[in-house]
Design a binder for this molecule. Structure first.
Ligand SMILES: [Ca+2]
Length: 513
């Protein structure tokens, strides 16, 4: 078959008047492509002597030979498509989702993809992160961001691959976390034919509710002022971890399942009236209880399930994955989107009024459990979520998984897997092993036992569903711990012998089995 692609590419090159050797990145043919609604801005060969170093995230210069295509779909949906040489292409397409407000390309996935033989692609969803008010009076951009851009990218990237390599990709995968996880589920739910395999990490299944919490938390942090600084919130998270760590049978600095943890911040109360660095005053205890509790709107309706013990609250906005700068989607959504006011003060946010208003700006719900068409095409879906994620509620991913199983029945049981990652923060980081081949968490061992992307390849190719994946933790460039993540509802249990830092000492155990 390879020979056929070789000749197909050569023929295309000859037809287009290019004389590129077949081993070169296929740039010449791309620059001359004519595709409806696609403008190729540039097609540049990257390789030894022509290195490319992505500005974001900071990364090493890339020396692999590939063709870096920059283009625009329709008027302003920017995309990058990285094409390996004909002989290196694995005949697959990998699209990397982008979290937060998007407006940038996912260079981590572009790099991982091309390194592993994929043609890889990513879209900024139709605006640039440098434009803080991209959403102001732009319903067209709202639609592009919410669902159109990734769908169009899937369609156009496949067409480009067919033209360049002379063959359509045999399958297409999507990998994303956070907002990229929402994009992943939106593809599964709205465009079931785009992808054969999808990895959705920490997906904002309920992005409107999540955004409401973000705004509300910002209000509380503004109110508390210096009452609760970053160190105090750390004290609270650490105390909860310390208290609930042993419940899973292993004292390892990780809470296996924080829904089983009951932690009362009053256990940190200062003695008498003397405040100190290692204790909380009555006012601080009240602040902690409030922020960790389920959120209710001003009319008493429950919005979410609250934060779980061990999650670390940040009093200042954190950078959202893959998006340059600490700016929350929620801020653009409510100020520019809902109120059309670029200077709106977040302290004026009212949940009961503003949460329902999001739906009039754009559809950011990715909670539709009816994914029969995707499963009917043979699609495979891997969900994962860090148990210590304070930005996107892990409970919502478990609930979504449950609703999919309920609605699609046995077909879902053989085509959908959820992996909960103890101690893992938003998408990565935290105290738990966080490298397992999810979005931006490339495993040091890219094989199906250690890496979700490899496991997805095997699942799609050979119908072998992943029942566990071994997560790795690296500190100071060294592997310090490996631990299996088990297909939900199973969880890793210490076998009773061997190092707690070795995956081999753990088995996947399902309660009641
Ligand atoms: Ca533990």
């Amino acid at each position: 078959m390879r020979v056929l692609y070789f000749f197909a590419t050569l023929m295309l090159a000859v037809l287009l008047g290019a004389a590129a050797p077949a081993s070169a990145a296929p740039c010449d043919s791309v620059a001359r492509l004519r595709l409806k609604d696609v403008r190729i801005v540039s097609a540049v060969e990257v390789g030894p002597g022509r290195e490319f170093t992505p500005l974001y995230p900071a990364a090493a210069p890339m020396r692999l030979p590939f063709c870096r295509v920059q283009g625009v779909i329709e008027r302003e949906i920017g995309f990058e498509l990285w094409l390996p040489t004909d002989s290196a292409w694995n005949r697959r397409l990998l699209v990397g989702g982008v979290g937060g407000q998007a407006g940038a390309f996912n260079y981590r996935e572009l790099e991982r993809g091309v390194r592993r033989g994929y043609a890889s692609a990513s879209t900024d969803t139709g605006h640039k992160a440098s434009d803080a008010h991209w959403l102001l009076n732009r319903p067209d951009r709202a639609a592009n961001y919410a669902h159109r851009a990734n769908h169009l990218l899937a369609v156009k990237a496949k067409a480009i691959l067919k033209a360049v390599y002379g063959a359509a990709p045999r399958n297409a995968f999507f990998v994303g976390c956070s907002g990229g996880g929402r994009q992943a589920l939106t593809e599964v739910q709205k465009y079931p034919r785009d992808f054969d395999g999808v990895i959705a990490g920490a997906p904002g299944v309920n992005t409107p509710e999540m955004s409401a919490r973000r705004m509300w938390e910002m209000q509380q942090h503004s109110r508390f002022g210096t009452l609760m600084n970053a160190g105090r919130w750390r004290l609270v998270a650490d105390a909860a971890i310390s208290a609930c760590d042993p419940i899973d049978g292993v004292r390892d600095g990780i809470i296996g399942d924080p829904t089983r943890c009951r932690f009362d911040p009053a256990s940190l109360a200062c003695r008498g009236s003397v405040a100190g660095p290692d204790c909380l005053t009555a006012a601080q205890i009240e602040a902690v209880r409030l922020v960790y509790s389920p959120l209710h709107d001003e009319e008493g309706r429950r919005v979410d399930g609250g934060l779980l013990p061990g999650m670390l609250v940040s009093p200042t906005p954190l950078p959202e994955p893959f998006t340059p700068g600490p700016s929350y989607l929620a801020v653009a959504l409510f100020g520019d989107g809902v109120h059309g006011d670029p200077n709106r003060d977040s302290r004026g946010f009212r949940i009961a009024r503003d949460l329902p208003a999001i739906d009039r700006v754009m559809d950011l719900h990715a909670d539709d459990p009816e994914i029969g068409p995707f499963l009917g095409n043979g699609g495979k879906l891997i969900l994962y979520h860090g148990w210590a994620d304070p930005l996107v509620a892990p409970q919502s991913t478990i609930e979504y998984h449950r609703s999919v199983l309920r609605s699609a029945g046995p077909r879902a049981a053989s085509s959908v897997r959820l992996f909960m990652a103890p101690g893992v923060d938003h998408c990565r980081g935290g105290s738990g092993p966080d490298l397992f081949g999810g979005a931006g968490g490339d495993s040091p061992l890219p094989n199906p036992d250690h890496d979700l992307l490899s496991a997805l390849e095997r699942w799609v190719d050979r119908k072998q569903a992943p029942e566990r994946v071994i997560a790795t933790r690296i500190e100071g460039g060294r592997i310090v711990r490996t631990r299996p993540l088990c297909a939900w509802p199973a969880s890793a249990r210490y076998s009773g012998a061997g190092s707690i830092d070795e995956a081999a000492s753990f088995v996947c155990h399902r309660e009641g089995m």
